[in-house]
Write a new protein. Structure first.
Length: 320
């Protein structure tokens, strides 16, 4: 009798010590196209002034990140304006291009607004992706299933930002050797929520507007198996639609880079529209056996009908 009581007590303690995980949690699966604009701690060249070719003639290119004016470090547009206002004659502009530091010499044009080098700057990274889940109790949502990176391919430190309503403009169909893309536009007048974490497992935030839908139970990694499944995506004017896929292989939960499942699109409707998985579909929720199991993250360049997905368990661990 004492032994039985001891074992019961041990079982209760063991259960209480186990991590809660995601099994049993209920979330609304997404599939909506969403616009993401994340603030950065650096400034990037977004364009050139036609009537002031100083920077362009000096060799500056679109996408260059400006890091210094002479010896002064700059991290925002205001820093650059201040440095230029204090400059005299020729300046040295430090930039990074595809991760490589460079220096350019130029003479700012003197204008009514002070010395200028003729560039339009941006201090945010923007694009479109897909919502993976929404928690109606907290308002929290997750998207992409992978990180937003800077122009050098490194994870962008989170400095906040906004999520916007988005719509499809055009679909560039994927082909072998050339990934396709959902060409979308953001409606910046309609903010859906604020962005918080940017992680290797996805982008997370809090929504001001409900994402409607039925609650689904989330699955733990151990419940996922090879075989039939579906994904939810927005690839045309019909909005969120469900498409059939097949899970070909399951990888360990600890595998990095959002590659926990190898999936293949089997739905002819999606193949006819996109050719398979395309850029912009990242975050499309994957559903199996009536449970939310993960999200689409990558496409195979040589076969756009195939790609990878991340476990929902890994996304929720990163969001916590």
């Amino acid at each position: 009798m004492k032994k039985t009581a001891w074992m019961m007590a041990f079982l209760i303690i063991l259960i209480s010590l186990l991590p809660l995980g995601v099994q049993g949690a209920e979330l609304i699966p997404g599939g909506q196209l969403i616009g993401l604009e994340m603030s950065t701690d650096h400034v990037t060249v977004a364009g050139f002034e036609e009537n002031n070719p100083v920077a362009k003639r000096a060799g500056m290119q679109l996408g260059d990140t400006i890091t210094h004016i002479d010896q002064k470090s700059v991290s925002c547009a205001a820093d650059i304006r201040t440095a230029l206002n204090h400059s005299q004659g020729t300046i040295t502009v430090g930039i990074t291009r595809k991760g490589k530091p460079m220096r350019l010499s130029m003479n700012p044009a003197i204008t009514a607004d002070g010395p200028r080098i003729g560039v339009y700057l941006k201090q945010a990274v923007s694009g479109v992706g897909t919502v993976t889940y929404y928690d109606p109790e907290s308002g929290d949502f997750g998207a992409l299933g992978h990180s937003v990176n800077d122009t050098n391919g490194k994870l962008l430190p989170s400095h906040g930002g906004n999520a916007y309503d988005a719509s499809i403009l055009q679909v560039r169909k994927g082909k072998s050797g050339k990934p396709g893309q959902l060409m979308g536009t953001m409606n910046t007048a309609k903010i859906l929520g604020s962005l918080g974490k940017n992680t290797q497992q996805g982008v997370f935030g809090c929504s001001k507007a409900d994402f409607t839908g039925d609650l689904l139970e989330t699955a733990s990694a151990s419940q996922i198996h090879t075989g039939s499944a579906t994904i939810r995506s927005t690839v045309d004017e019909n909005g969120v639609q469900e498409y059939s896929v097949k899970i070909l292989k399951i990888y360990p939960k600890g595998r990095s880079g959002g590659r926990n499942m190898l999936i293949q699109v089997t739905d002819q409707r999606l193949l006819d529209t996109t050719g398979g998985i395309v850029q912009g579909m990242s975050g499309s929720p994957i559903i199996q056996d009536g449970k939310l199991i993960g999200a689409v993250t990558h496409v195979l360049v040589n076969d756009p009908t195939m790609g990878y997905g991340i476990f929902i368990e890994n996304m929720l661990d990163a969001a916590a």
